[in-house]
Design a protein around this ligand. Structure first.
Ligand SMILES: Cc1cc2nc3c(=O)[nH]c(=O)nc-3n(C[C@H](O)[C@H](O)[C@H](O)COP(=O)(O)OP(=O)(O)OC[C@H]3O[C@@H](n4cnc5c(N)ncnc54)[C@H](O)[C@@H]3O)c2cc1C
Length: 399
């Protein structure tokens, strides 16, 4: 084996970590570089959908995720005035997945679990504090330029997976466009130990609350409720995370005596963008480097892990001589349309539904949702889509 007989991966988020584990478990040497000194523990994804759990099960890490998360067989769509509109029971997917539920667990717990697994394997080289700065390639391999504690270095490999997040240096330096939009308003994410379940009747661990003036989302993670709230026009990231604003918004969600305790608070810009291609020769974009969307529906990380598994499967086939290089084009052909045609449209629609101001349109949407929940075949169809199972079966047909 020559020095460059390995796959290089930039970014130890959930996507880079999943790809590294998949490849390493199948005997492919991997170098994974992460710019941060330790695994980032920011307030981001917490919802793992059923097919993602099936994939993580195949990687041998789902039991550890289950131990550290909350099993949620149901999620809700509510309205501030009408209460529960739809209680979605994922149990109807029992014949479609080994995990007919969502797991609520912080994404950094998954990356911690995977990094610990990678540390046990001798064909994996994980390097923290090493930042990818650019890449070049020829017919034999790819070079990843990095900057680490020892200065600049060129790493060699056969292929490179760019899982370096939304601001991907690799996507930018490869000149791959990232068209789409950025919402004008910021979003605030905050967490608290306050027991909202004592104040909202029958509150499910994941609940999307529609309101024409002030929609919001409840998500449960172990020990905490997270709240996701939109900002008002003109609010800045700094003004949004002040005590005054955070308390005012949380009291708008649920008035109470005294201040809320809060554990985190973060203001985010929210984008809807898809890269114009997921492949440039030996370089592949995956996860947020390839597509970003608003978090309503929990599709960013889940879709990214689906990218990682789809791409890694194909790399294994090519590596083992079971398929030629052309199979790698299928990665873009199968995964990119899902981001463009399903994830972008669905997440934008989810936002529009929550903030709908026209009373007739709101009523029509609520009636439609109530009718779907009441009809088992329609409910299953809806949950196959919202759990991202349909996107995977549709992708399988492209080949
Ligand atoms: C509030 C919020 C809630 C969300 N909730 C959900 C949810 O419930 N479900 C869901 O599916 N998605 C959710 N998402 C989206 C989800 O967080 C992202 O889609 C997910 O983190 C993407 O994973 P990734 O590995 O592609 O990128 P990241 O998680 O961004 O990881 C990229 C990694 O690359 C590293 N890196 C960056 N640049 C370099 C470089 N040059 N060299 C080396 N390393 C580099 C970074 O430090 C980071 O560790 C949410 C997002 C937000 C903001």
């Amino acid at each position: 084996m020559s020095d460059n007989d390995r796959v290089l991966i930039a970014g130890a988020g959930p996507v880079g970590c999943s790809a590294a584990l998949y490849l390493a478990q199948r005997g492919i040497p991997v170098t994974l570089v992460e710019a941060a000194a330790t695994l980032p523990e920011d307030l981001r994804a917490s919802t793992f959908h059923p097919p993602t759990l099936d994939m993580l099960d195949d990687l041998g890490v789902v039991d550890q995720l289950l131990e550290q998360g909350i099993v949620c067989p149901e999620w809700q769509y509510r309205d501030t005035r009408e209460g529960v509109i739809a209680n979605w029971d994922l149990g109807v997917l029992k014949d479609d997945t080994r995990h007919p539920y969502r797991i609520q667990c912080e994404q950094y717990k998954l990356t911690r679990i995977i990094i610990a697994e990678l540390a046990k394997m001798d064909n994996v080289d994980v390097r923290f504090r090493v930042r990818a700065t650019g890449t070049s390639q020829d017919e034999h391999g790819v070079t990843l330029s990095v900057e680490g504690p020892e200065g600049p270095e060129d790493l060699k490999g056969k292929y490179l997976i760019a899982a370096d997040g939304a601001s991907s240096v690799i996507r930018i330096t490869q000149g791959i466009e990232f068209p789409g939009l950025t919402f004008p308003e910021l979003w605030l994410c905050t967490s608290t130990e306050f027991k909202f379940e004592d104040h909202f009747e029958d509150l499910a661990p994941i609940a999307y609350i529609a309101d024409p003036d002030f929609w919001f989302v409840f998500v449960r993670v172990p020990g905490l409720w997270r709240l996701l709230l939109p900002s008002r026009v003109g609010e800045t990231a700094e003004s949004l995370v002040t005590d005054e604003t955070v308390q005012e918004r949380m009291h708008q969600v649920c008035p109470k005596t005294g201040d809320y305790d809060t554990f985190h608070r973060t203001a985010y810009s929210v984008h809807q963008r898809v890269a114009e291609t997921y492949r440039k020769g030996r370089v592949f974009l995956a996860g947020d480097a390839a597509h970003i969307n608003n978090p309503l529906g929990g599709m960013g990380m889940n879709g990214g892990i689906h990218d990682a598994v789809n791409l890694s499967k194909k790399l294994v086939k090519v590596w083992n001589g079971e398929a030629d290089d052309r199979v790698l084009d299928l990665y873009d052909a199968q995964r990119r349309p899902i981001a463009v045609d399903y994830v972008q449209k669905t997440t934008i629609r989810n936002k529009q539904m929550l903030e709908e101001t026209d009373p007739d349109a709101r009523k029509a949407k609520h009636d439609e949702m109530r009718a779907m929940v009441a009809d088992p075949a329609k409910a299953r169809e809806y949950l196959l889509q919202s759990s991202m199972i349909t996107t995977l079966s549709e992708a399988e047909k492209i080949g």
